[in-house]
Design a protein around this ligand. Sequence first.
Ligand SMILES: *Cc1c(COP(=O)(O)O)cnc(C)c1O
Length: 380
Amino acid sequence: MTRDKVWLSSPHMGGEEARFVTEAFETNWVSPVGPHIHAFEEALATYNKIPHCAALSSGTAAIHLALIMLDVNPGDEVICSSFTFSGSCNPIAYQGATPVFVDSETSTWNMDPALLEEAIADRRRKTGRKPKAIIAVHLYGTPARIEDIMAVARRHEIPVIEDAAEALGATYKGKPLGTFGDLGIYSFNGNKIITTSGGGALVSENEAWIKKARFLSTQARDPAPHYQHSEIGYNYRLSNICAGIGRGQMLVLDERVRQRRANFEFYTRELGSLPGLYFLPEPEHSFSNRWLTTVLIDPAGTHGVTREDIRLALEASNIESRPLWKPMHAQPVFKDAPSYVNGVSDRLFDLGLCLPSGSNLPAADRSLVAEIIKKKLQKA
Ligand SMILES: *Cc1c(COP(=O)(O)O)cnc(C)c1O
């Protein structure tokens, strides 16, 4: 096969990144200190209309520090969306706390606010205490019903960490995702809508938390000429080199959102009316960044063609696609965690496929994906 592999979602540089990185080399700010870090934090904060931002080494590190800000400790329980990537909930375990998983609703595929309410009530009954925090995820760039989630959380006075790792550039009622919760996080991993090769950020209205997060992310050094520590620190700061890449990527973020949304529009136009195929419409008041285009393939409507059949047909043509996230309540590592399950995320995992969605996906490759899927369905 001579054609290059078609990737699910690959890095897409805008052109200015190398200039910022070169500047870092020329000024020798080749470390986790330097002017790009501050400028990248400023750019993110301005874009998201939130006052405070700390640039970190990953989205997972951002969630970990958020849990530390909220004083999550061994024995505590933290509620998390079950339908997500493990980076959302691994930091709960780092803190020795217990994750409690809450399933999705069909209209957004994100945390069901009514089930969240039930889960909180049940945890209070069973443990005599309320969960210490809630991690609410916006998956694939589609907004959760975040106002309803916040209303439940406020009623119980439980702080919310908004995991917008996949949702930079998406909004709910015009407000950027990641800015509804007490703390929000973003990821700049290689496959995300923009990348710093690896990185993340923590945002909040609360300046003290963000200052504390920066302090902890640079090994918690007390002000002294020697190295002195009164607290356990972490090596979680973003490097000035990576922040330079991030500055370049911020210049093209809106363009990347347009390109990702165009992929979704193309796939729905080509495939949306085929029996057995389903694309999640944009929920009310929501603007999705359509990070990945996802499709449900229901064998009851396709004469038996399954998600796996389609995935393997694409793979045979050197095209990468991937099942939707396997819910956390079904992961071996979290099998003992309390879970509030309604069947929605299990069904999404059974039927769902992420299609090639890069902002740099050539139009010819995208058409090929649609043709292969159509052909597979016609044969059945
Ligand atoms: C990518 C991702 C994370 C973790 O981000 P990293 O930068 O890879 O550590 C967390 N949550 C979700 C939903 C993600 O997709």
